[in-house]
Design a protein around this ligand. Structure first.
Ligand SMILES: Cc1cc2nc3c(=O)[nH]c(=O)nc-3n(C[C@H](O)[C@H](O)[C@H](O)COP(=O)(O)OP(=O)(O)OC[C@H]3O[C@@H](n4cnc5c(N)ncnc54)[C@H](O)[C@@H]3O)c2cc1C
Length: 638
C-alpha cells in the first residue's frame, strides 16, 4: 500500500476547519436511524463521540471493558484541560496556543490538526460548563486557570485535582441520556478482540463478554476506536493495569497504519518506584510545578535528609538549565533532566531514583492556606502513600511512562487507513507530535468526540447509505471469530510455567532500558533481537490457569501478546528516526550541552507503519510534514 492522503482542506490555516465543515456531506435525519456506529471506548473521546452521534439520530453500540463507562481511564486525569479563553488577559490567542503546541511537539505534528485543536478549545469549556462541570472559580465567579509546562500563559482550566473525572461525568451523563432514549446500547465488560472488514471497509467487531467468556459478533456501518493509550506497555506506568493496546493493535494487523509509535511521554512528576512488587506508578499532577521547586543535592551520593541540606548545596537544575521556563519546562525536557541527575548519582530517596519537589518557598511567600487551596488533595494523597507531610518536607518525584503520542495513523477526518474505521483521543497519533503539552490531551479527546467526529463520520456515512447493510452472518464475521477463538484456545492449551505478568514485566523493563527516556542504535538493535526471543518464549512457556469463562489471566494473555509485537514496532520506529525530537532522544544526536538535536532535512515526516505479517519486518511509509504558518526553529526553553 502507499501512504494515504491526509486530506487537509485547502485555504489559509485559520479557515481550513470552517471550509471543511461548510462542505462536509450530511445524512438526512430520516436516514440516520438506518445507520449503526460501533464506538469502542467510553473515556472522554468515546463517550463524547457516542453521545453526540446518538443525539444526531444514529444507532450507537458502545463498548468498554470496565463495569461502568465512567471508569474509563480519563477518570484518572488530575491537572486540567487547556483552552484559549484569555481570561487572564495575559497574551493568549488561538495562534499562540497553536504555536505552543506545534513547538511543544518539536515540529513533528500537522499544522492543520493542531490549529483546529486550539480553535475548538474555547467551545469545550462552554460545553462542559453547560453540562455542570465544576471548574475552579475565582472569588468573583469567573473560571480560574493556571499554567502547565511549556507555556507562558495561564490557559489550563481545572476542577481541583479531578479534572478528568469531572469532565468524564459530564460526558457520561450525556451518554446515559442517550442510553435512556434507546439510541445507545451499552456493552460494559466487553473487550473488542478483532475488527471485521468487508470489502476492505470496517463493518464490525468481535468482542468477548468478560463475565461469561461468550464471543459475540457486532455489525455496523462504521467503527470508532477510542480505546486510549498504550503506555502500559512499559508495565510500570501511570496507567491502570487494564489499559491496553489490543483494539488498535488488532486493527493494525488488519491494515490500519500505526504512526509515531515510539513517541512516548514520560511524566516528570510521578512517585518513584519503591520496590519490585508494584504494578503501577502514581502521578502527582504537573500543576504542582507551578509552585514547587525541583532540586537535587549538589553532592553526588548525599545521604542527608532534604531539610538538612543548606540552600547553597542544592542544585535547582531546571532553573539553572532553563531560566526562561524553569520548573515549568516541558515534560520531555524535565524528565530527561531528572534522569540525567539521577543517573549521575544525585538521585534522592531510598532507591536514589528520585528528585525533590519543594514547596517551602511557595509556603513562605503565599502562606500554607493558599497552597492548601490549590493542592490539598494532592498533598493528602502523597501523605497517604508515603507517610510524609509535604507541607514540611519536599516530595520525592521521578519520571514515569505516561502518555502515547503515537497511535493509529488518521487523516484530517480522524479516519485510519481502513475506510470506515476512525480513531479518536489517545488512540490516534494526531495532534501532539513528538511531545504532548500538559492538559492538551483531555482537550484532544473531547474535541475529537464532541466537535470533529460529528462532522467527519456523517461525511463518510453519507457515502455508505446505499451500500447493503451487513449482517453478522457474513463470512467475514465467521473468519474473524475463528481468529479470536483459535488464539484463546492456543493460550489455554499452552502448558508452560510462566505467567502473563512475567512476560509483561520483562517486556516493560526491556523497553524502559532500551527504548525509554533515551535510545541508541545499539540498544534498539539489541532490543529487537531480545523481543523476538521473548515472543518465541511466550508462545511455548506461557501458563494460563482456569477456563474460557471469567478469567482475567486469559484476558491478560491477549493484551501481553499484543504488547510484545507493539514493543518490537516501537523499536523499529525509534531505530529509523536518526534524530532527537521531543520525547524521542537518540543519544547519538545531542548537542554538547546534552540538548536534543533535530534533523529537519531528513526526518520532518510522520512515520506510518504497515503490518506485513508475523515473519516480516514492518514497512515504513512517510507522511511529509509541511509547515506554512510557522518557521521550524530550535526548540529552546532557556
Ligand atoms: C494519571 C493520569 C493523569 C492525567 N492527567 C491529565 C491531565 O491533567 N490533563 C490532560 O490533558 N491529560 C491528562 N492525562 C491524559 C488523559 O487523561 C488521556 O490521554 C485521556 O483521558 C484519554 O482519553 P481517551 O478517551 O482517549 O481514553 P480512555 O479514557 O483511556 O478510555 C479508553 C476506553 O477504551 C476502552 N477500551 C480500551 N480497549 C478496549 C477494548 N479492546 N475493548 C473494549 N473497550 C476498550 C476502555 O474500557 C475505556 O472505556 C492523564 C493521564 C493519566 C494516566
Amino acid at each position: 500500500m502507499k501512504m494515504r492522503d491526509s486530506k487537509i482542506p485547502d485555504g489559509p490555516l485559520a479557515d481550513k476547519w470552517n471550509n471543511y465543515k461548510a462542505k462536509a456531506k450530511l445524512v438526512n435525519p430520516a436516514n440516520r436511524k438506518k445507520l449503526t456506529i460501533i464506538v469502542v471506548g467510553t473515556g472522554l473521546a468515546g463517550s463524547s463521540c457516542a453521545a453526540s452521534l446518538a443525539e444526531q439520530g444514529y444507532n450507537i453500540q458502545s463498548f468498554c471493558f470496565q463495569d461502568s463507562p465512567r471508569r474509563a481511564h480519563s477518570v484518572a486525569a488530575q491537572g486540567g484541560v487547556n483552552a484559549v479563553k484569555n481570561y487572564k488577559n495575559d497574551g493568549d490567542s488561538v495562534y499562540r496556543m497553536f504555536y505552543d503546541t506545534i513547538k511543544g511537539g518539536d515540529f513533528r505534528s500537522r499544522e492543520a490538526n493542531v490549529y483546529r485543536l486550539a480553535e475548538c478549545s474555547a467551545s469545550l469549556i462552554d460545553q462542559s460548563v453547560a453540562q455542570g462541570v465544576p471548574f475552579a472559580r475565582e472569588y468573583g465567579g469567573y473560571l480560574n486557570n493556571r499554567s502547565f509546562g511549556g507555556v507562558q500563559v495561564s490557559r489550563t482550566f481545572y476542577a481541583r485535582g479531578q479534572t478528568g473525572q469531572q469532565l468524564l461525568l459530564g460526558a457520561y451523563q450525556s451518554l446515559l441520556r442517550q442510553v435512556n432514549t434507546g439510541k445507545v446500547t451499552m456493552h460494559t465488560r466487553h473487550e473488542m478482540l478483532e475488527l471485521v472488514l468487508v470489502d476492505g471497509k470496517a463493518k464490525g467487531i468481535i468482542a468477548r463478554n468478560l463475565e461469561t467468556g461468550a464471543i459475540e459478533r457486532h455489525a455496523a456501518d462504521a467503527v470508532v476506536l477510542a480505546t486510549g493509550g498504550y503506555g502500559k506497555v512499559y508495565y510500570l506506568s501511570t496507567l491502570a493495569m487494564g489499559c491496553n493496546s489490543s483494539a488498535i493493535w488488532r486493527a493494525h494487523k488488519k491494515g490500519a497504519y500505526m504512526a509515531g509509535v515510539s513517541w512516548i511521554q514520560f511524566h516528570p512528576t510521578c512517585l518513584p518506584q519503591h520496590g519490585e512488587n508494584q504494578s503501577k506508578l502514581t502521578l502527582m499532577s504537573e500543576s504542582l510545578r507551578n509552585d514547587g521547586r525541583i532540586w537535587v543535592p549538589k553532592k553526588a551520593g548525599d545521604n542527608r535528609t532534604p531539610n538538612t541540606i543548606p540552600e547553597e548545596e542544592r542544585d535547582y537544575y531546571l532553573e539553572r538549565r532553563y531560566p526562561a521556563f524553569g520548573n515549568l519546562a516541558p515534560r520531555d525536557i524535565s524528565s530527561r533532566a531528572a534522569k540525567e541527575r539521577i543517573d549521575s548519582g544525585h538521585g534522592a530517596g531510598p532507591m536514589k531514583n528520585a528528585v525533590y519537589l519543594d514547596f517551602s518557598d511557595a509556603i513562605a511567600v503565599q502562606g500554607k492556606k493558599n497552597i492548601e487551596a490549590k493542592y490539598s488533595n494532592l498533598f493528602a494523597m502523597y501523605e497517604k502513600i508515603n507517610g510524609i507531610d509535604a507541607y514540611k518536607e519536599p516530595m520525592l518525584i521521578s519520571p514515569a511512562a505516561h502518555f502515547t503520542m503515537g497511535g493509529l495513523w488518521v487523516d484530517y477526518e480522524l479516519m485510519t487507513t481502513i475506510p470506515g474505521l476512525f480513531a479518536l483521543g489517545e488512540a490516534n497519533f494526531a495532534d501532539h507530535g513528538a511531545n504532548r503539552l500538559g492538559a492538551n490531551s483531555l482537550l484532544q479527546a473531547c474535541v475529537d468526540g464532541y466537535f470533529i467526529a460529528p462532522y467527519t463520520i456523517p461525511n463518510y456515512l453519507s457515502g455508505e447509505l446505499n451500500a447493503a447493510r451487513i449482517s453478522t452472518d457474513h463470512p467475514a464475521f465467521a473468519e474473524a471469530e475463528k481468529t479470536v477463538r483459535d488464539q484463546l484456545n492456543r493460550f489455554l492449551q499452552s502448558k508452560g510455567n510462566l505467567s502473563t505478568d512475567y512476560f509483561h514485566k520483562t517486556i516493560g523493563r526491556l523497553l524502559y532500558e532500551k527504548c525509554g527516556l533515551s535510545r541508541s542504535k545499539q540498544n534498539l538493535e539489541e532490543a529487537i533481537v531480545a523481543i523476538k526471543a521473548l515472543k518465541a518464549s511466550f508462545e511455548k512457556d506461557l501458563l494460563i490457569t482456569g477456563d474460557d469463562k471469567l478469567n482475567s489471566e486469559l484476558e491478560k494473555a491477549g493484551r501481553v501478546a499484543d504488547y510484545i509485537e507493539l514493543a518490537e514496532l516501537m523499536c523499529y520506529d525509534a531505530l529509523q528516526r536518526e534524530e532527537s525530537c521531543g520525547a524521542h532522544f537518540r543519544e547519538e544526536y545531542q548537542s554538547n550541552e546534552g540538548e536534543a538535536v533535530r534533523n529537519d532535512a531528513d526526518y520532518c515526516y510522520v512515520s506510518a507503519w504497515e503490518w506485513k505479517g508475523e515473519s516480516n519486518p514492518p514497512e515504513l511509509h512517510k507522511e511529509p510534514l509541511v509547515f506554512e504558518s510557522v518557521e521550524l526553529a530550535v526548540r529552546s526553553y532557556k
